[in-house]
Design a protein. Structure first.
Length: 363
């Protein structure tokens, strides 16, 4: 009798345990399948800059076991390349991948989340974002647009663009129509140039037709893909307005808040992976692309010193003016500028000396 009771209760308990076990396992992953859309500001042809959004989406899918999928749409597919902030703010799409400085016309502070002339380099920007006050300050600002941001790549220091004629001094900048991204246009204006904001996919035609005299985009690999060397022979460096532009994943705050803790962590990690990989891609692809461009008779030239000095002076004057009238900018810029000062002091000792020595050796 007792033996039977024991057996029965064991079976009964095992049954309950079994039901609990079966019920409990899926509960851990009982998240409904999620589908999001991501609007990029970039053309599909650029595997580096557009590719970062694809890498992000792939990692989100892999880490969620295929339960969280994000479709990636090139600039112009769902909305214009420069319409993505409005799209995310309104919740038309859950997220975007873009260069925040495109939106400095809404508020100059957007540029600080990407790059400003004579700003931070790639490593410094990543440091300020993740371990300085960058993410905290920028998220506070982006919150006004229903956006939370995650760093989504960096190109490293860029080239200074393609010119139909040589830039011998500051005088050659006057009246020059140049496609230039972000906040740098304001500095070019102060130097007498005429900035144009044109999406990446439309630059070649504008240069070819002569609608513009010059255009900057990114660096050797991307620029070569878009064929600028066929329409403008002079390639200048450095891109003093883009020492380390950060791309961002912009996510609608409600969409992000609705995610489970697990999916939030997945988004954060996938973004960090894409962020690291983009910079690595550029550092691998640019050296060979530059060699090929030089082989194709492109004239690679440094900007004259007087151009750099005037650009620096006008940039600093502009930042002081913006600080005086835009409290959003001032709050972020004060912190950014202090970090830039301290970081450059430190980089002067080790990084610069090491780099300078290595780059002057016969390797």
């Amino acid at each position: 009798m007792n033996h039977q009771m024991d057996r029965r209760s064991v079976i009964k308990n095992a049954g309950i345990a079994g039901i609990l076990a079966v019920g409990a396992a899926p509960a851990v992953h009982a998240q409904a399948a999620l589908r999001w859309r991501l609007a990029s500001s970039f053309p599909k042809s650029l595997d580096t800059i557009f590719g970062a959004a694809e890498v992000f989406a792939q990692k989100v899918s892999e880490m969620s076991g295929g339960k969280f999928t994000i479709s990636v749409h090139a600039g112009g597919e769902l909305m214009p390349p420069f319409g993505v902030v409005d799209g995310v703010q309104a919740g038309t799409v859950e997220m975007a991948h873009t260069a925040p400085y495109y939106f400095h016309g809404k508020d100059e502070t957007f540029a600080l989340g990407c790059t400003i002339p004579f700003g931070l380099n790639s490593r410094q920007m990543t440091a300020w974002m993740y371990e300085g006050n960058g993410l905290k300050l920028m998220r506070e600002f982006y919150g006004k647009y229903n956006i939370i941001n995650f760093p989504g790549g960096n190109t490293g220091a860029q080239m200074g663009g393609w010119y139909r004629k040589e830039i011998k001094s500051v005088a050659d900048v006057k009246g020059m129509k140049i496609r230039i991204g972000g906040f740098a246009g304001r500095v070019i204006e102060r130097m007498g140039g005429v900035p144009q904001n044109i999406p990446g996919g439309e630059i070649y035609q504008a240069l070819e037709k002569g609608t513009i005299d010059a255009a900057e985009w990114v660096g050797p690999y991307d620029d070569q893909k878009l064929g600028f060397n066929k329409v403008a022979p002079f390639y200048y460096y450095p891109g003093w307005w883009e020492g380390g532009p950060q791309l961002d994943f912009f996510i609608n705050t409600k969409a992000f808040a609705s995610l489970s803790a697990e999916n939030k962590a997945i988004v954060e990690c996938a973004a960090a992976f894409a962020h690291t990989e983009m910079q690595a891609k550029y550092d691998v692809k640019n050296p060979n692309a530059l060699k090929q461009l030089v082989g194709a008779k492109v004239k690679v030239l440094p900007f004259p010193e007087d151009v750099l000095k005037l650009a620096f002076k006008e940039s600093m004057a502009l930042y002081a003016e913006v600080s005086a009238k835009n409290p959003n900018w001032k709050k972020v810029y004060d912190d950014y500028a202090a970090f830039r000062r301290d970081s450059n002091l430190w980089f002067r000792f080790t990084e610069m000396k090491f780099d300078q020595f290595m780059q002057s050796q016969n390797l």
